[in-house]
Design a protein around this ligand. Structure first.
Ligand code: HEC
Ligand code: HEC
Length: 361
C-alpha cells in the first residue's frame, strides 16, 4: 500500500546490526541488574506519554484500536527483547502500531526504546521462556482450513487483523519464530480474547496452523526513509483564499470523510491535523495535513494554529482516540470549528482519496 521506494541507507543497516548487539548487551544487564531508578522512571513516563492511548494505563491493552495487552504472561515471557524493541521501533506497517524510532521520523531514540522494552519486561515480571529456533513442519492446506474456521473471525480471513493482531504482517513474521507462534496458539494470551487452543486442537493441528501462518511471510526489512521537512506555520492553512466548508457533524464532533474529501476537491479553506505518531506522517498523509501527534503537550498544541472561523479537522488511524485527544485540547483552548474524520486514515486510503508520501519534493 503505502511503501517508500527509498532503499535503506547504510546508517540504517548499521543501526539494525547495532540494535542486535545492544539488545544482547542489555539482555545480560536485565538478567543481572534490572533498570536503574532513573531509567525506570523515564521508561514509565515514555509509556504514559506514547503508549497508554491504545495499550491502556496499566498495559492491559484494548484502550483503542484493539491494541494487544503488553503484560500477559504468555507474550512477555516468550517475546525476546529484540522483537519487543523492534515492534516499538519499527512498528507494524499498515496497522495502528506506528514506528517510534527517530530514524523513521518517530519521537524516541534507540536507547529510550530499549529502556522501555526492558521496563515492560521488568514490570510484567515473568521469567523468560527460551523457545526453540527450529522450524515447525505442518500441512499448509489443513492449516489454512483450520485458520478459516477457528481464527479468521478475529484475525481476518487473510490474517490481516481485525479485532486481533495482523499475523500476516511482514514486521511480525520477520521476528516471530515458529515456536513463538505455536506457543501463542497453545497457551493463548492471559486476560485477552485470545484463548488457549491446546485443549481444543491436537498438536498436529496446531503445527499445521503454525506452518500456515509462517507461509504468509513476505520479505521485510525496516525501511527508514528520507525525512521530509515539517511544514512552517505560514503554510498550515490549506487553500487560505478558499470558502469555508459547510460540514455537518455527527455527535457535534465527527465529520464523514466524504465531506472532507469534497472540501479538499472544492479547494475550501481548512486545516488538517495528522495526530498519529510523527513517523506515520512522514510515511504518508492527506495532502496539506500538518503533524500534530497525540503526545504533543498542551502548551504546544495550538502553536501556529489560527483561532478564528477556520475549520480544523483532525484524523488518525485509531480511528478516533488520537484525534479526539488533540481536538479536546484545542476545544479547551477555545477553538470552535473543530472536528475529527469519522472513519480514520485507513478507510480514507481504501476509499481511494488522495494521500501523499512524506518524501521531500
Ligand atoms: C475471539 C478472537 C480470537 C480468536 C478466535 C483467535 N484469536 Fe488469536 N488473538 C486474539 C487477540 C485479541 C490477540 C492479542 C491478544 C493480546 O495480546 O492482547 C491474539 C493473539 C494471537 C497471536 C499472537 C500474536 C502476537 O502478536 O504475538 C497468535 C499467534 C494468534 N493469536 C493466533 C491465533 C490462531 C492461530 C487462532 C485460531 C486457532 C486464533 N488466534 C484465534 C484473538 C483471537
Ligand atoms: C494508536 C494506537 C497505538 C499506540 C499509541 C501504540 N500502539 Fe502498540 N500496537 C497497537 C496495535 C493496534 C497493535 C497490534 C498491531 C497488529 O495488528 O499487529 C500494537 C502492537 C504492539 C506490540 C506487539 C505486541 C504483540 O502482541 O505482538 C508492541 C510490543 C507494542 N504495540 C508496543 C507499544 C508501545 C511500547 C507503545 C508506546 C511507545 C505503543 N505500542 C503505542 C496500537 C498502538
Amino acid at each position: 500500500m503505502i511503501k517508500s521506494s527509498v532503499s535503506p541507507r547504510f546508517s540504517d543497516l548499521f543501526h539494525f546490526v547495532f540494535l542486535f548487539f545492544l539488545c544482547n548487551m542489555m539482555y545480560a544487564q536485565i538478567r543481572n541488574a534490572p533498570l536503574t531508578k532513573i531509567d525506570a522512571e523515564r521508561a514509565e513516563q515514555n509509556y504514559q506519554k506514547y503508549c497508554t492511548l491504545c495499550h491502556g494505563a496499566d498495559r492491559e491493552g484494548g484502550a483503542a484500536d484493539y491494541a494487544p495487552s503488553l503484560k500477559s504472561k504468555s507474550l512477555m515471557s516468550t517475546m525476546p527483547l529484540n522483537f519487543l524493541a523492534s515492534s516499538i521501533g519499527f512498528g507494524r506497517p499498515n496497522t495502528a502500531m506506528a514506528p517510534y524510532l527517530a530514524d523513521s521520523g518517530g519521537p524516541m531514540s534507540m536507547k529510550d526504546i530499549f529502556t522501555l522494552a526492558i521496563w515492560l519486561k521488568y514490570k510484567a515480571g515473568h521469567e523468560t521462556i527460551e523457545l526453540s529456533m527450529e522450524p515447525i513442519e505442518g500441512d499448509l492446506k489443513t492449516g489454512a482450513k483450520l485458520f478459516a474456521q477457528k481464527c479468521s473471525e478475529c484475525h481476518g480471513s487473510k490474517a490481516e487483523g481485525i479485532t486481533a493482531p495482523a499475523l500476516a504482517n511482514p514486521a511480525f513474521l520477520a521476528f516471530a519464530t515458529d515456536a513463538y507462534i505455536k506457543y501463542a496458539i497453545e497457551n493463548g494470551r492471559e486476560e485477552t480474547e485470545m484463548k488457549a487452543f491446546k485443549t481444543q486442537l491436537s498438536q498436529e493441528q496446531i503445527n499445521d496452523l503454525t506452518a500456515y501462518i509462517r507461509s504468509l511471510t513476505s520479505g521485510w526489512s525496516p525501511e527508514p526513509k528520507e525525512l521530509s521537512p515539517y511544514p512552517e506555520a505560514k503554510d498550515y492553512v490549506s487553500n487560505p483564499t478558499g470558502k469555508n466548508p459547510a460540514f455537518i457533524l455527527k455527535q457535534e464532533r465527527y465529520v464523514p470523510m466524504e465531506q472532507v474529501a469534497k472540501a479538499l476537491k472544492d479547494k475550501n479553506k481548512l486545516i488538517l491535523l495528522d495526530t498519529r505518531t510523527s513517523s506515520e506522517w512522514h510515511n504518508a498523509h492527506i495532502p496539506g495535513a500538518i503533524p500534530i501527534p497525540y503526545y504533543i503537550s498542551e502548551d504546544k498544541v495550538a502553536e501556529g494554529l489560527p483561532n478564528d472561523d477556520t475549520w480544523i479537522i483532525a484524523y488518525c488511524s485509531c480511528p478516533h482516540a488520537a484525534s479526539d485527544k488533540v481536538i479536546n485540547m484545542l476545544r479547551k483552548k477555545g477553538y470552535k470549528n473543530t472536528a475529527v474524520i469519522d472513519e480514520g486514515f485507513f478507510n480514507w486510503i481504501n476509499a481511494g482519496y488522495p494521500i501523499i508520501g512524506g518524501q521531500p519534493k
